[in-house]
Design a protein. Structure first.
Length: 240
């Protein structure tokens, strides 16, 4: 379905999209896409910035970049859901070949139960130092600690020396290091009940920061997002 938004014509999914029912509304979806693209512009994004969009879904960030006039020279989106990647390749890459997408067949109890389990030998199919920004929106929110550690190790390999990471996560002060679908927490998020495995993986804020530091990263700043109160975390390398 072709949709025109702020004088930019693009294709978006004519069915339910990732992130929640409010994203089924075209205008809401596209405004959120533009807002995410602007978020990256605020930390130095240019058309030459090399972006890795992990958990790209149906290309919301890519759509935001395009509607903001950012015809990126090097963008890769990856996702564990093959159908999302197929859609992106058909409707985004076909018209904008510098926007590339790849299916990463790793196991996630919520989104890809038949994928391969992550282990210490896992590697994303990209070169060392190949990205200036790594972006994960509502990805760590559905990942357990052991898998996040594997991703952080890979980020050390993939990120350029001055590169930045942005991700969202559920964190609270003075809670257990990690809790999956914590009892009663859904009420704080405005939900009646959890809808399945790994809908919310909650971390203790100090513990998660310790985990980042242990993998060579530091938090630059944080902010609340509109996505169920998730915390947005801006990260860079620690000075050695």
């Amino acid at each position: 379905m072709a949709v025109e938004f702020e004088h930019y014509k693009l294709d978006i999914l004519p069915r339910r999209r990732c992130c929640g029912p409010e994203y089924d509304d075209n205008e809401y979806y596209l405004k959120s896409a533009k807002a995410e693209a602007k978020r990256l512009s605020d930390i130095g994004l240019t058309t030459d910035t090399r972006i890795l969009d992990i958990g790209c879904g149906q290309g919301r960030l890519a759509t935001g970049l395009l509607t903001n006039g950012k015809k990126m020279k090097y963008y890769w989106g990856v996702d564990v859901q093959a159908r999302s990647i197929e859609w992106c390749q058909k409707y985004i890459t076909k018209k904008h070949p510098t926007f590339q997408f790849a299916h990463i067949d790793v196991m996630n109890a919520r989104y890809n139960q038949k994928g391969k389990s992550l282990d210490k030998d896992f590697r994303f199919p990209f070169d060392d130092g190949g990205f200036d920004i790594i972006y994960l929106f509502s990805v760590f929110t559905h990942m357990v600690m052991e898998d996040i550690k594997i991703y952080l190790k890979e980020f050390n390999r993939l990120l350029s020396p001055s590169g930045k990471i942005f991700f969202t996560i559920f964190v609270e002060k003075d809670v257990a290091d990690m809790t999956i679908n914590p009892e009663g927490y859904q009420e704080k998020l405005g939900l009646k009940k959890w809808s399945g495995k790994l809908q919310c993986v909650l971390y203790d804020k100090a513990f998660f920061e310790f985990m980042l530091h242990g993998n060579g990263f530091k938090i630059d700043h944080t902010e609340k997002t509109d996505e169920w109160g998730q915390e947005g975390i801006y990260v860079s390398r620690k000075l050695m």
